[in-house]
Design a binder for this molecule. Sequence first.
Ligand SMILES: [Cu+2]
Length: 473
Amino acid sequence: MQRSTFLRAGGGAMIVAALPPLTERALGAELVQYTLTAAPVPFSPVPGLNFAGLGYNGSIPGPLLRVVYGQRLRAKFVNNTGQGSTIHWHGMILPNKMDGAEGVTQPAVPPGGSFVYEFSPEPPGTRWYHDHVSDGMLRGLFGMIVVEDPRDQKADAEFALVFHDVPKPGSARAAMMGVSTAPMVDPPASPELREMAPDDKMGDEIAFIAHCINGASYPNTKRLPVKVGQHVRLRILNANPTQTRYVRLAGHRLIVTHSDGNPLPKPLEVDALRVGVAERYDAWFEVSEPGSWLLQGLSSDPLGYEQAAVVHTPGMENASPLSSPQSLEGVDYFTYAKAGGAGSAVPAKGAKHYDFTLGGGQYGSSRWTINGKTYPNTPRIDVRRNDLVTVRFTNKTDMDHPMHLHGHVFEVTEVDGVALARPLPKDTSLVRANEGTLSWRFRADSPPGRWLLHCHNAIHMMDGMMTDVVYTT
Ligand SMILES: [Cu+2]
């Protein structure tokens, strides 16, 4: 894997702060066992806010799970939520019956029931797990799982950060009906706001009443201690159900090395990350001087300041941290085009090709469509083992769509008509609004079965923007 000079300069002992090191015994074990018990969790990230959440093992987000690539995972899921639930292992290639897609790979685990998920987690990288039945994910049933890659450059410090938000009760239901009154709160100068016509009436936004990192809101978020000279790795997940997040660390550039846990063909240095719903990015920075800096999720929401955490060197715990404006004006943020570079299209000889037009989402409508249809009437992708498949999305709506494929890593080969010189390995990719296009290429070499392909915006998914890839032989 290619690394920049900056990263090669790193190394030294791994000082893990937010990520507790596995014990020697666990590292030596072939099997890692966890129990995940989902149950109601009263969640109060800010004083006076009492959200009736659901969480794994009593917390939102659920516990950070860690395995070393090559170890087997056995996760016993106990469902005490009072409603049906499953666990989907997002970004994993695993036996189909372990995928946790309710109604497709297994029935919902009933209230009081349990289910054992067991598989060898792959590929290595920053992945996550979440409910795949109803509103469980909206209420807090999600967490990060890191499959450590022994080939990775060792970080001096490493932080696993789940960016998540608390929905206003009832607002998801209004959004599903297309009659939500919640405004868009993307940061000023963001493409999301620029893509909206001034007279556009949005009906599909969820309103959020608190913004969090790892279960807390600023100033109560956990501090992230670093030391001068360290090379620090951030693993960042956007667990928001509907909104893209821009993430910035004041006073620093970030070197992005992995998208959705997969090594980028070439690391990219940026001011800020652009993290679509369900996407993950691994980004590194170097601590070159003593200080205190805010790591922020940017937003035009008046409560947006809550999604921040202080990164500081020793003795700077109580210094006023350097912060970034909430605007994207003049900010060099991550895009697929920058990471992949412009190239010429490589013909995918013998590929089965699909054109998917993303549509729907009229005000007052509860239909989000693929080729004019809602799931399960959408066109499905039938594959035989080892088929090469290409999919081209064209987005006719005025919202971006984070399209996700279960059980595979695809390559993004084209964005808005420009072929990428270095295709990006991902499991979720944003298709730009208003005639944006994006192409995937993947090999049907995962375990046989039915693998969902859907928009990861929870509202769009529940309103029908979904299909599946079916192995016929
Ligand atoms: Cu969507």
